[in-house]
Write a protein that binds this ligand. Structure first.
Ligand SMILES: Nc1nc2c(c(=O)[nH]1)N[C@H]1C(S)=C(S)[C@@H](COP(=O)(O)O)O[C@H]1N2
Ligand SMILES: [Mo]
Length: 409
């Protein structure tokens, strides 16, 4: 099936707060009735093929933006909490390592520094030190960038640069304890990706190396398994740093070095990349780094690929997460945010770092409807209506941007 491109809906049909980019769903006749042109498969852009290292991904559930950026389709998020690995998004900043690195996983080596007895450990040795499992939302800092009217450069993800994944590995604190504890004065935990760096460039300008506050080690894992299988190469196998609650980039794939450090790394991806800078500006170390996620939700069903929605009863559902704090409440609006009703949280609660699925039983008459969701975490933080404008299009949690316009026949 060709990918259906998001379409612009006539602004007059939207409430003033929602006059931005929205996705239209509904039967061809409903669209025609609303005075809108219908989508034709012939006019759709040719879908790009999956790259070789991720050829096993589900092509029907994903949107291939480039050879290193693959998004989950909004309509493909199921209602079973966990995002299947073959549907999960992929984002690689550098060429993916050779598949040889996952041929002998247990031989993978990681150097642990900034501890009493720094040393290199193999994955086989790590597995002897501890085991923990965490369900966590993995979300790219740029998820929702596609909703910024300023069209920041970078992948125009809508909602699908995110998924809820179960990770298994050894707690970072168990590794630190086994090696004599973290040295005094180390305020950061710095992870380095093991990609082979392209030659002729300053390594600091391209290496994937990120620092997070050392306090994040409390729940961090060095993980070798995701969703019950050894971490595939595309997702950072054989070994990945998992920092629950922190945006995607802080979860270092192919990790080859974990260092407790006094200062943040001066790698460019840390010092200038992934900074929340003013519109039109450039990132620099004085600006906030993208780190902890905040409360967010969106509706997936009925999704943008739904057709022929019939008037009457339906279940409006989606996902909600708090980043660092559990979600307490999700409200849904079917009138673009004028009125809200409490949705029901469904399915198992896999902990504060996982997302919750929500659903609201609604009755919709014929016509266009603007569906929105708004989550609140246990600390009382409410998902905002507006995005925080910034140059690179990071951290979009706006409920208005994530609203969906559906057309009911
Ligand atoms: N070593 C390494 N780790 C990395 C990256 C990378 O390019 N190299 N990309 C980061 C970014 S920006 C994101 S959003 C996530 C994507 O994880 P996924 O591809 O498993 O979905 O990995 C992060 N960790
Ligand atoms: Mo990312």
């Amino acid at each position: 099936m060709p990918t259906q491109a998001p379409r612009q809906i006539a602004p007059a049909l939207l409430s003033p707060a929602l006059n931005r980019r929205h996705v239209l769903v509904g039967s061809a006749s409903a669209l025609a009735a609303a005075g809108l042109s219908t989508w034709s498969p012939c006019a759709a852009a040719q879908a790009k093929p999956l790259p070789a290292f991720a050829s096993w991904k589900d092509a029907t559930a994903t949107i291939v933006h480039s050879a290193t950026t693959i998004e989950t389709k909004r309509s493909a998020f199921g209602s079973s909490v966990i995002t299947p690995t073959e549907q999960l998004y992929v984002r690689n900043n550098l060429p993916t390592p050779d598949a040889a690195v996952v041929a002998n996983r247990d031989a993978w080596e990681i150097s642990i520094e900034g501890v009493g007895k720094p040393r290199t450990l193999t994955l086989r040795e790590l597995k002897t030190l501890g085991l923990e499992t965490v369900a966590m939302v993995l979300q790219c800092s740029g998820n929702g960038r596609g909703f910024f009217p300023s069209k920041p450069s970078g992948t125009p993800w809508t909602v699908g640069a995110a998924g809820c994944v179960v990770w298994s590995g050894v707690p970072v604190r168990a590794v630190a304890e086994a090696l004599g504890g973290v040295d005094g004065g180390m305020r950061f935990m710095t992870g380095t990706g093991g990609e082979k760096l392209p030659e002729g460039l300053d390594p600091k300008s391209i290496i994937v190396e990120r620092s997070v506050p050392a306090s994040a080690m409390v729940d961090a894992l060095l993980a070798w398994e995701m969703n019950g299988v050894a971490i595939p190469l595309a997702h950072g196998g054989p070994l990945r740093l998992i920092v629950p609650g922190y945006t995607g980039v802080n979860n270092i794939k192919y990790i080859k070095r974990l260092a407790f450090t006094a200062h943040e790394t001066d790698a460019r991806i840390m010092s200038h990349g992934y900074r929340v800078s003013p519109p039109g500006g450039k990132g620099d170390p004085s600006q906030p780094s993208v780190q902890e996620m905040t409360v967010k939700s969106w509706i997936n069903s009925p999704g943008p690929d739904s057709t022929a929605l019939e008037k009457g009863r339906m279940q409006v559902g989606g996902v909600a997460f708090g980043g660092m704090h559990a979600v307490k409440r999700v409200e849904v609006s079917v009138d673009g945010g004028k009125t809200w009703a409490d949705a029901r949280l469904v399915g198992p609660d896999l902990g504060k770092y996982a997302w919750r699925q929500f659903v609201l039983d609604v009755r919709l008459p014929a016509g266009p409807h603007v569906l929105a969701s708004r989550a609140t975490d246990v600390m009382g933080n409410v998902q905002p209506q507006q995005r925080l404008e910034n140059a690179a299009g990071y951290n979009n949690t706006s409920w208005a941007d994530h609203a969906l316009t559906v057309s009911v026949a």
